[in-house]
Write a new protein. Structure first.
Length: 704
């Protein structure tokens, strides 16, 4: 009774007047926990008359018909909610994918999915995937197949390969069908030879997802007026259909990896189309000119269409937000823009043969946020008032080795354009820039620049104006083989990368940079660099990571197990752990896994280490503050036993860091360290701390 009450009344207590009704419901469910949960959630917001009606239906269902009992909850859904439930139960595991498809079919899934969760028909796990009890899924399949389990043409949803093959055998003789959803993730084509004729009889189709669709175009009588989503991954077709076709509700076309596709359909008959995805359509040569007049398109992705030479003039695409033409290797001319494109925020033209960025970009794309021109090796100039793009935050000019001049009011500046002053990220890597190619005053206007990538260039010294960028957080100078010394850095710097700079001899004192926490430098600099950082700015809640790849093999045997005894004053007098790691591989590893365990073996902690760290050639040194381990139950102020550190690959050593290195005390100063710039990659943490409650082990994943 308690389980039922929790879902029916949102607590363990029954509401007065519902006691007898509750007991009868529990009795007629046979005590099945799933039925108690589902029916309890269903009855939660119902009055007594609705309870009695549900109870009367339960009494008419035989004891062994569990599916029919659960179906009472389904019957209480609205028409829209029923469609959502059956689509999810039969076709989806991933919530994000479901939201995209169901929204294209105008089913408003944001609201409906919440209702289904409240009714206990579905659950959403922490990874954003749907969970559903086998009996509920079986109920959904039972509803879809209804009274005709062996007649697939009468099923509203079709996802079973055998059912699709059965209909394909009928070919043009297939009868009119009730199919709303056609789904197939199977590779084989032999069973789908007559598919196009079959699909033409599916007049109620809302969405299609078919992998490796056969070569035949959709026939002239393919006219599903309700079709909202069309996804044909790896289609064998050369064209979707001949000529004009009116599909008034189609919002998304996804034809990724359709290798044989040579042309697109006429877009005039698709007035509601919002997203067009043609990535990796290698033989696509022609885009129908009607695309330039389309007013509803929001997203167009034609990445790696290797045969595409021209994109039609943009006449009325006023709602376009993102255009991806990256990897269209034969594209030589920038699309002709003839109207204000206030909605356009992302423009990617990387790896094309475009030579000139016309003035129309600066004139019509005034709200552009991200502009990617990486690997446009033929690019010669950027024209127009480019620096007036006030919304531009991310500019990628990497590998643009042909960039020679910039025309503005008759003036020409060598090599680089005048950058928009509100840029946050600028990539000039591998542009063959040398000393003097970056004027010092170019940085004075970049007041918001946070990321500057200068990898792989030829200069020996960086411009002195670099230190004048007030908000710079990340500077990458890796693989600049001629670089002799680190420049003066802005006080805001948080991440510094200079791996692969063999000529770099002068590494300045880094103790003055209070935000600096992550550094990559040439070999044998890590210990000294990290200690200078600790002296200057180590605080209780900040990690630090220094990488210096070891390129010389070592005959030294590195230990995989280190045991450390925590002294009685560790909690008050020490701020954290100093970790030294070395991989078995000459070039080191990308990720290290360290496990910390409670131990009983003895270890004498020495404040001064006898190790010669310069000879050890540890390639990675990191600082883990004790504050990051405060959530570990057994690692508390009273714990003074031993702890051991295990690594699977390579060797390591550990030191405690005395609080005397904490020059800055969070409790005694007004600096807000929450402003310290975080990770360089959105989905990757440098240090990830996990705790195994069963083994009581601490697991540190260190990725640099």
């Amino acid at each position: 009774m308690g389980l039922f009450s929790r879902h029916a009344f949102q607590n363990d207590k029954r509401i007065e007047g519902y006691e007898m009704l509750s007991e009868e419901v529990v009795s007629y469910t046979g005590g099945l926990p799933l039925a108690l949960e589902v029916l309890g959630s269903f009855l939660h917001d119902k009055d007594k008359d609705e309870w009695k009606c549900a109870l009367a239906r339960l009494k008419d269902i035989p004891d062994d018909e569990v599916t029919k009992r659960l179906k009472i909850s389904y019957d209480g859904l609205t028409a829209n909610e029923k469609v959502l439930f059956l689509d999810i139960a039969c076709c989806f595991k991933d919530k994000d994918e479901a939201m995209k498809v169901l929204d294209a079919c105008d089913l408003h899934p944001g609201i409906g999915i919440k209702v289904l969760v409240q009714k206990a028909l579905i659950k959403v796990d922490s990874d954003g995937r749907f969970e559903m009890h086998d009996l509920i899924e079986e109920m959904a399949h039972y509803i879809v197949r209804g009274e005709h389990p062996k007649s697939p043409e009468k099923h509203s949803r079709m996802w079973n390969r055998e059912d699709i093959a059965y209909l394909c055998d009928m070919g043009a003789d297939a009868p009119p069908m009730e199919t709303e959803v056609l789904l197939s993730d199977f590779l084989g084509l032999s069973y789908a030879v007559g598919l196009s004729d079959v699909v033409a009889n599916m007049k109620k189709l809302r969405w299609i997802r078919f992998f490796s669709y056969p070569a035949s175009p959709f026939p002239s009588n393919f006219q599903p007026k309700e079709l909202g989503y069309l996804e044909l991954l790896g289609s064998q077709q050369k064209e979707l259909w001949h000529g004009y076709k009116h599909l008034p509700n189609l919002k998304i076309i996804d034809l990724r990896h359709s290798y044989f596709l040579t042309t697109t359909p006429d877009f005039e008959g698709l007035p509601c189309l919002e997203r067009l995805i043609l990535k990796f359509c290698m033989h696509l040569e022609e885009i129908h000119p009607s695309i330039g007049y389309h007013k509803r398109l929001v997203f167009v992705d034609m990445e790696c269409c290797l045969s595409l030479k021209r994109f039609p003039p943009i006449i009325h695409m006023k709602n376009l937000e993102a255009l991806y033409l990256r990897g269209c290797e034969k594209l030589q001319q920038f699309p002709d823009i003839r109207l204000n494109m206030d909605s356009l925020v992302t423009l990617n033209l990387g790896i094309t043969k475009i030579e000139i960025i016309p003035p129309s970009v600066a004139r019509f794309c005034t709200n552009l946020v991200s502009f990617d021109l990486r690997n446009c090796r033929k690019l010669k100039r950027i024209e127009g008032n480019f620096h007036l793009l006030k919304s531009l935050k991310d500019l990628d000019l990497s590998y643009c080795i042909g960039l020679q001049s910039f025309h503005h009011d008759g003036l020409v500046s060598l090599k680089l354009p005048q950058f928009p002053r509100f840029l946050r990220k600028l990539d000039l890597s591998w542009c063959e820039l040398g000393d003097g190619d970056i004027p010092s005053d170019i940085f004075c206007e970049l007041l918001n620049l946070q990321v500057l990538d200068l990898r792989g260039n030829k200069f020996s010294r960086l411009p002195s104006g670099l230190s004048q960028i007030p908000c710079l957080k990340l500077l990458d100078m890796s693989w600049c083989y001629n670089l002799l010394e680190l420049p003066d850095l802005p006080s805001s710097i948080a991440i510094l990368k200079a791996t692969g700079c063999p000529s770099l001899k002068i590494v300045r004192d880094l103790s003055d940079y209070k935000w600096l926490w992550k550094v990559s430098l040439p070999e044998r600099t890590n210990k000294r660099v990290l200690l200078s950082m600790l002296e200057g700015n180590a605080v209780a809640n900040r990690f630090m990571s220094v990488l210096s790849p070891v390129i010389e093999p070592s005959s030294r045997i590195f230990t995989r197990l280190v045991t450390l005894q925590l002294p009685s004053n560790w909690y008050s007098d020490f701020s954290g752990l100093l970790l030294f790691l070395r991989s078995d591989n000459i070039c080191g590893g990308f990720r290290y896994d360290i496990r910390i365990k409670q131990e009983t073996s003895a270890y004498d902690y020495s404040e001064e280490s006898d190790e010669d760290w310069e000879q050890c050639m540890y390639e990675r040194v990191g600082y883990v503050p004790f504050n990051s381990l405060r959530h570990i139950p057994w690692l508390n102020p009273t714990y003074t036993k031993n702890i051991s550190f295990h690594t699977k690959y390579g060797g390591h050593n550990v030191e405690l860091v005395r609080s005397k290195n904490k020059i800055v005390d969070l409790n005694e100063n007004s600096i807000d360290y929450s402003e310290c710039w975080g990770e360089e990659y959105e989905h990757t943490k440098t240090f990830k701390i996990m705790y195994d409650s069963q083994s009581c082990d601490i697991h540190i994943v260190w990725t640099h």
